[in-house]
Design a binder for this molecule. Structure first.
Ligand code: MIC
Ligand code: SF4
Length: 649
């Protein structure tokens, strides 16, 4: 018998290494998903490497982020993505079909399999007993070329669920409570595995909400067992033959355990500007609200929308509130249309948006200046909504709907008996999932002017000298490093153009300064690069000449993205070392190639300005050292696959 579900899946997919916490392991990846905002680069990398057909068992390319078409750029990206998917053997999910994580859960996620996705919320698929991990685009390209996925074996943190949720408390409150308990760094280097009898009372969409927000703890993944409920879900999706029994073993073992008694939970809320800033809703009740948004990959299931509709049925949204609803997928949209949920939402005055990420990533619906926006989403980083001084709160659909009704943050337990939601059978319609071409040679890849091949970089030089261009505090998110939103997202396929936005919200002239100074260094605090998987937050600084970051600690995906683009992630060995370094200081590092080649984990840095020397830590696997020496993963992959191509010729 296996120790736990996560270890079982890892062992079944093990290519190399001993799966003990901290060891380097590589695993086979069965499926990949990309979305449009990160996907254009993935497919351009694959083209650069010269891959003719992806090597995974299944790969899907979704269009869900960048769906606002204010000029031709987004539409051009969609056409590129559609044609390149067809050529390379990838299924294409058309815009309008829904949010990648929700569709993947409905149509493709499989218990016992592995999934790598170029989006940080890929672990949503962990709801059906899958090991699903978020990564940067170049890691996706590597896996789609046939490489295993290499990672440091995470610890498995068992989350024991007992009891049953009280009325008006839902899966989002479980996710928020856990975040409140372990914080935005609590899952770092860990897989969160849910077990205990409490799991039996959660449906797959509810498990998906919890798995989805595990990302906000910094976890590598979130995994549920595969059980009868998983069977029910797959059967409803017409996929019961894909079910396997993957229960929590009777004597399961974890590296550590946290306990959550579901019956004790209350409606929770994350305050601005961090998903980890969690308190009880009852503590902030009465605060006036100008906008409420229901949707996103966290809370856009049939149940989520039906609960909201039942609260609003026969009533009107408060006159001072703008309520938007974005269904997670077309399957959900069709179901709410059929059951009358949609009619209730419309009658109450909700604004119905398309099945896409929408306001979650600042693609429209920016709230009024200085206002309060209450959202069922997973992130509330400053400025992410598109309004720099908006205050965004994260809640369950129950709290969102009650708040929309009264115009102030409202604890739904005031509303009387909770609604009983019956999930209807779903109409399965894969009409917007396009199969790849039978004959790829006939596919002409369409490239608009905004599809610009990614830059190439030189191998690591022997020494660096440069200026500290910016010094930042703790929890800098990738939204701070490279914002999303309607102005910037259409440029994801054009690195020279999008690089102008690096730190645009934090230090508006950063890009110009970096180019003028010929590059330099970034200094950060704890958890540098938390949030999204967008590798643009590493690739664009590299394009501007950034060669190293000095931080107290890093978020997992961002650290990997830095390495993948040849930026060295140094770690301060004491809080004092961070204090001693200032913006504008000139730093010099000698014999860098040699030190990295021989695996030094302590690197001396000369502060030329203050005429002193300090030492930083460097925690790199052998593979990461190889990548950095080569000047980035693309250079390594190019070398490997161009040799294979030469041999084939
Ligand atoms: C996000 O929620 O921040 C995103 C947008 O989905 C990102 C991906 C991206 O920036 O394209 C993520 O979570 O990885
Ligand atoms: Fe889309 Fe928001 Fe989910 Fe990211 S978090 S995938 S932007 S819905």
């Amino acid at each position: 018998m296996y120790r736990n579900v996560s270890c079982k899946i890892i062992e079944d997919h093990l290519v190399e290494g001993k799966p003990e916490p901290g060891n380097e392991v590589s695993i086979k990846i069965d499926q990949t998903l990309t979305q449009d905002a990160t996907g254009t680069l993935v497919y351009m990398f694959l083209e650069a490497i010269g891959i003719e057909k992806v090597k995974t068992r299944l790969s899907v390319s979704y269009v869900d982020h960048n769906t606002l078409q204010t000029d031709s750029r987004s539409a051009d990206s969609h056409r590129y993505l559609q044609t390149i998917a067809s050529k390379l053997g990838v299924i294409f999910s058309k815009p309008g079909n829904g949010i990648c994580h929700r569709i993947h859960l409905e149509r493709f996620a499989r218990p016992g399999w592995t999934l790598l996705g170029s989006d940080s919320h890929t672990p949503t698929a962990g709801a059906v007993g899958m090991l699903a991990i978020g990564a940067g685009g170049i890691d996706l390209a590597a896996v789609m070329s046939g490489e295993p996925y290499r990672m440091k074996m995470p610890e498995i943190l068992g989350v024991r669920l007992t009891g049953r949720l009280a009325p008006w408390v839902s899966a989002k409150d479980v996710a928020l409570s856990l975040l409140g308990e372990i914080g935005v760094k609590g899952g770092l280097g860990k897989i969160l595995e849910y077990f205990g009898e409490g799991v039996n009372h959660l449906t797959v969409p509810e498990r998906a909400t919890i798995a989805n927000m595990g990302t906000e703890t910094g976890a590598t993944s979130s995994v549920f067992p595969s059980d009868e409920e998983t069977y029910r879900w797959l059967k409803m999706q017409g996929r019961e033959e894909e079910w396997i029994n993957l229960p929590t073993p009777e004597r399961s073992e974890y590296d550590d355990i946290v306990e959550i008694d579901l019956s004790k939970l209350e409606p929770m809320i994350a305050l601005p500007h961090s998903p980890g800033n969690v308190v009880k809703v009852s503590e902030v009740e009465g605060l006036e609200v100008q906008q409420v948004c229901i949707g996103s990959c966290t809370n856009s299931s049939y149940r989520d929308l039906a609960v909201a509709a039942s609260i609003l049925r026969g009533k009107k949204v408060h006159p001072n509130v703008d309520l938007t609803v974005s269904p997670g997928s077309r399957q959900v949209l069709r179901a709410i249309a059929k059951s009358g949920v949609l009619a209730d939402l419309i009658a109450a005055g909700a604004r119905i948006l398309e099945c896409a990420c929408g306001p979650c990533i600042g693609m429209g619906q920016a709230p009024p200046a200085g206002s309060v926006s209450v959202r069922t989403f997973n992130r509330n980083f400053k400025g992410r909504s598109g309004t720099p001084d908006a205050k965004v709160y994260l809640v369950s659909p129950e709290v969102a709907a009650a708040t929309a009704l009264y115009g102030v943050i409202t604890d739904p337990r005031r509303l009387g008996p909770p609604p009983k939601i019956k999930e209807p059978s779903m109409d399965i319609d894969d009409g917007l999932l396009l199969a790849p071409a039978r004959d790829p040679s006939k596919v002409k890849v369409t490239r608009g002017p905004n599809i610009v091949p990614p830059p190439t970089f030189e191998p690591l030089p022997d020494s660096f000298e440069g200026e500290v261009l910016i010094k930042l505090g703790d929890d800098v998110s990738t939204d701070d490093i490279l914002p999303a939103g309607a102005d910037v997202l259409p440029l994801r396929s054009n690195i020279p153009a999008i690089s102008k936005y690096v730190f645009a919200r934090v230090a508006p002239r950063f890009a110009e300064k970096a180019l003028r100074k010929g590059g330099g260094f970034i200094v950060g605090g704890e958890n540098y690069g938390q949030g999204s998987s967008r590798e643009h937050a590493a690739l664009c600084p590299r394009y501007l000449g950034i060669r190293a970051v000095f931080a107290k600690s890093y978020a997992r995906i961002h650290k990997r993205n830095l390495i993948n683009f040849g930026i060295i992630p140094f770690t301060f060995d004491s809080p004092k070392a961070y204090e001693l370094i200032d913006e504008g200081d000139m730093l010099k590092i000698d014999m860098l190639r040699e030190r990295i080649r021989r695996g030094d984990d302590r690197i001396p840095v000369e502060n030329v300005t203050s005429n002193s020397t300090f030492t930083v830590n460097l925690d790199l696997s052998e593979r990461s050292r190889e990548i950095i020496l080569a000047g980035g993963l693309l250079n390594l992959l190019n070398k490997k696959y161009s040799q294979t191509k030469r041999r084939r010729m």
